[in-house]
Design a protein around this ligand. Structure first.
Ligand code: G4P
Ligand code: NA
Ligand code: NA
Length: 193
């Protein structure tokens, strides 16, 4: 997505440790006009799918998921990070091991909000090692619902999450895939360039 790539080049900041800071328009301050274009693009890409629900994970996936949901006209459910408290029979839960944050946490979603007939589109802002995404897929499958597609705003193509998820046979579309980036000179190269 050209508009998104241009924005990443203009306002993104490459930090050491392969971290891309985009908190000027995506992760902290949010550019809703851009979000609207992103929502439209997800709708265009997945227009052949019959979606009943959008699933994301707190915190920074929620904004993008909500704007996207206006184009699909379906509810958004966000999985909650639970820190191992009161996980009872009322929720589906999974463990996510974050390489980025070097910790494991439980992620839950109420059984009330995903049912076997749901056709789920998963939306998230970033894909790095894919642990969060693997957890979301696990939650949907625990509910015997189906993952129809996954839409990601920025994929770090040099980390292994994209390959891991695509090899599961899930349809994954990322609006911008970063092939490489350099903290020294700030350069960012996209996969389709
Ligand atoms: P992981 O397995 O390496 O932990 O990667 P994963 O793809 O699961 O992403 C883990 C978290 O790190 C996610 O947010 C993701 O958005 C964020 N992340 C990964 N790489 C980058 C990056 O280069 N830049 C930015 N801005 N974020 C990145 P989270 O921990 O779930 O938290 P939240 O921010 O959504 O609350
Ligand atoms: Na994030
Ligand atoms: Na996220």
């Amino acid at each position: 997505m050209k508009l998104l790539q241009e924005r990443i080049v203009r306002d993104g900041n490459v930090k050491s440790g392969n971290v891309l800071k985009v908190d000027n328009f995506l992760n902290h301050q949010m550019d809703i006009e851009l979000f609207n274009e992103i929502g439209k693009e997800f709708k265009r890409i997945f227009s052949d799918l019959k979606i009943t629900k959008i699933l994301t994970i707190e915190a920074s996936g929620i904004g993008i998921a909500c704007i996207t949901a206006q184009y699909f006209k379906v509810p958004v459910v966000f999985a909650k990070k639970a820190q191992s408290i009161n996980i009872d029979g009322e929720v589906y839960s999974t463990k996510i091991e974050s390489f980025t944050h070097k910790k494991t946490y439980d992620v839950i979603v109420s059984k009330k909000f995903i049912s076997p007939e749901d056709k789920v589109l998963i939306i998230d802002d970033f894909l790095a090692n894919g642990c969060a995404l693997a957890g979301l897929i696990d939650l949907v499958r625990s509910a015997s619902a189906s993952v129809e597609g996954i839409g990601i705003v920025i994929e770090k193509g040099f980390q292994n999450g994209g390959e891991m998820i695509r090899s599961m046979g899930v349809r994954l579309e990322s609006l911008a895939i970063i092939e490489s980036m350099n903290a020294e000179n700030g350069s960012i190269i996209f996969r389709d360039e």
